[in-house]
Design a protein around this ligand. Structure first.
Ligand code: FBP
Ligand code: MG
Ligand code: MG
Length: 340
C-alpha cells in the first residue's frame, strides 16, 4: 500500500482540489507537529513528571492539570512564528493571544482545546487535542485582530480536526471535503493517511451520555434515553449498548469509526443550563467533522454550526453522531418546544 503522509495529502488538496490555501496547509502541518509533541509528552506519564494538577484555575473555574497548561504552551509556541495566523484562542486562556509583533502575521485564526478529557490524564485513558481554523475578517481592513473577530458561526470554519493520544496516536481532519484519518508512525515521526473517507453509519444502537446526570436532564433527552433503555420491547425496537469514556475526543472517534450518538446536553441545573462543552473549542470543530462524515450535530432543537457565538468561552448542549438518531432527538426537542 502506498504511504501518503499528511503533507502529501494536504499538497494534493491544495493543488488538485484547491480545498486549502498554502497558508492553511502549513498551518495544519504545524498543528499536527504540535500534536505529535503533545502525544510524546503525554506518553512520558509519571516518568516525565507531567501528571497531576497545577493547583491553578482556568477562566472557567476548572482546576488546571499540568498537561492542560503544557499542551497549551506547545500549541502556542509551535504556531506563533509560522506567519499564517493573526491570533489564537484556547480553552485554557482568558482572552485571545495575538501573534507578537516580532513575528510575521497571517489571515487565519486558530482555536483549540489543548487537552481534552483532562479527568482521564492521570488514569492513563485516551485523551486528545481539538482544533478549529477560521478566517480573520479584520484582515482586509488591516486593523488589529480582536476577540469579536473570533465570534463566527461554526459553519464558517475553514478546517477542523482532533488528535487522540491512545494506544495509537491518530489525527482526524476535515478541510470541508470529507473527513480523513492519519495514524502516527512513531518510528518515522510522520502522520500517515490510514482512513481516506470516514463516514458515520446513519443508524446506531450505541449511545454515550453521562447517566449520573439523569435527574437533571430536560424531558426530550430523558424521553430518548428511556426509549434506548427499553430496548427491543420499546418504541425503538432494538437493544442499545452504552459507552462513556469521558474524553469527548475518544467518544467522537468511536462514533466516526462505528457509529453512535454522543450527548452532553444542557440540563436543569444552574451550572448546566448552557451545557458543559465549549462552543468554540469543542462543539464547533467536532460538529464540522461529524457533518462532513455524514452525521448531524445539534444543541437540542438547532444545528450547532448555525449558532452565532456571543462570547469566546460560551458553552452549549451537544448531541451529535449518527444522523437518524440525532434527528430523532432534535425532533423530540422541537416537539417539546412546540416548534413542530
Ligand atoms: O466528567 P464528565 O461530566 O462526564 O464530562 C466529561 C466531558 O468533559 C470533557 O472532559 C471536557 O473537556 P476538558 O477535559 O477539555 O475540560 C469532555 O472531553 C468529556 O466529554
Ligand atoms: Mg475538552
Ligand atoms: Mg481541555
Amino acid at each position: 500500500m502506498k504511504r501518503i503522509t499528511l503533507t502529501q495529502y494536504l499538497v494534493e488538496q491544495q493543488r488538485k482540489k484547491q480545498a486549502v490555501s498554502a497558508e492553511v496547509r502549513l498551518l495544519i502541518e504545524t498543528v499536527a507537529r504540535a500534536c505529535k509533541a503533545i502525544g510524546h509528552t503525554v506518553g512520558k506519564g509519571a516518568l516525565g513528571g507531567v501528571l497531576g494538577s497545577l493547583g491553578t484555575e482556568n477562566v472557567q473555574g476548572e482546576i488546571q492539570k499540568k498537561l492542560d497548561v503544557l499542551s497549551n504552551e506547545i500549541l502556542l509556541e509551535a504556531n506563533e512564528w509560522g506567519g499564517h495566523l493573526a491570533a489564537m484562542a484556547s480553552e485554557e486562556m482568558e482572552t485571545i493571544h495575538r501573534i507578537p509583533n516580532r513575528y510575521p502575521k497571517g489571515e487565519y485564526l486558530l482555536l483549540f482545546d489543548p487537552l481534552d478529557g483532562s479527568s482521564n490524564i492521570d488514569v492513563n485513558v485516551s485523551i486528545g487535542t481539538i482544533f478549529s481554523v477560521l478566517h480573520a475578517p479584520h484582515h482586509a481592513s488591516g486593523r488589529e485582530v480582536d476577540e469579536q473577530d473570533f465570534l463566527q458561526a461554526g459553519a464558517q470554519q475553514v478546517a477542523a480536526g482532533y488528535a487522540v493520544y491512545g494506544p495509537q496516536s491518530t489525527l482526524v481532519l476535515t478541510v470541508g471535503t470529507g473527513v480523513v484519518g492519519f495514524t502516527l508512525d512513531r518510528e518515522m515521526g510522520s502522520w500517515i493517511l490510514t482512513s481516506e473517507s470516514i463516514t458515520i453509519p446513519e443508524q446506531t444502537a450505541e449511545f454515550a451520555i453521562n447517566m449520573s446526570n439523569m435527574r437533571h436532564w430536560e424531558a426530550p433527552v430523558k424521553r430518548y434515553i428511556d426509549e434506548c433503555l427499553a430496548g427491543k420491547e420499546g418504541p425503538l425496537g432494538k437493544d442499545y449498548n452504552m459507552r462513556w469514556i469521558a474524553s469527548m475526543v475518544s467518544d467522537v472517534h468511536r462514533i466516526l469509526t462505528r457509529g453512535g450518538i454522543f450527548m452532553y446536553p444542557r440540563d436543569k441545573r444552574s451550572s448546566g443550563k448552557n451545557g458543559k462543552l465549549r462552543l468554540m473549542y469543542e462543539a464547533n470543530p467536532m460538529s464540522f467533522i461529524v457533518e462532513q462524515a455524514g452525521g448531524a450535530a445539534v444543541d437540542g432543537a438547532h444545528r450547532i454550526l448555525d449558532t452565532q457565538p456571543g462570547a469566546l468561552h460560551q458553552r452549549i448542549g451537544v448531541i451529535l453522531g449518527s444522523k437518524a438518531e440525532v434527528e430523532r432527538v432534535q425532533r423530540y426537542h422541537q416537539e417539546a418546544s412546540g416548534s413542530v
